[in-house]
Design a protein around this ligand. Sequence first.
Ligand code: DX5
Length: 227
Amino acid sequence: MPRIEIAPSVLPADFARLGEEVAALEAAGVDRIQWDVMDGQFVPNLTFGPDVIAAARRHTSLPFEAHLMVLTPDVMAAKYVEAGCQRLIVHAEACEHLHRTLGNIASLGATASVALNPATPVSAVAHVLDLVDMVLVMTVNPGFGGQQYIATMEPKIRELRALIASAGLADRVDIEVDGGIGPSTIAAAAAAGANILVAGSALYRDPEGLAHAVSDLRARAEAAFIA
Ligand code: DX5
């Protein structure tokens, strides 16, 4: 049975105190840290360079994953591994040679994952599931935090869960969702088959604080998850 994991996006965090912010997320009980890397071309926003992530690295022992919302993942991959990211998530839409890109990430010593924008079909990853440890189904259009969850992605998550199972990879390939995940949406995403849940604004707007937000989201996902 896949393990439920809560992965915070640090997009809503205080960028002037990122070291303290990732330490606070670890103390709040998250399982990993997701860095939303945006190049201002693949998506309109511009965020974290590798040096920023490297500066935060010593402030937590948690795994880092870089969600590379960039046009040139092949060019950038090594820099984010050197910065301390154990997992790189590339967008299928940004890779002319996705199979090769995923293999290159593995050769850098990182684990490879692939993200699908809302309009991209599951079939885009049908022939690379053996090269990844996770597929990210975007539940918003990438670029900004605080957007509305796209519920029509739930059938897509179910389709992906079935594809992974039919490939005999259910114990190796996780499904992550990212975008608009909060108390009112996480159960539906988990029930559709997502076991790694990225949340940004929902964590920071919880009036009872980060730890409450993390444990509440985890409980809701665990109660609803269907493999
Ligand atoms: C979109 C970003 C956001 C972020 C989470 O490109 O990837 O989805 O991580 O944002 P929230 O949880 O605030 O929707």
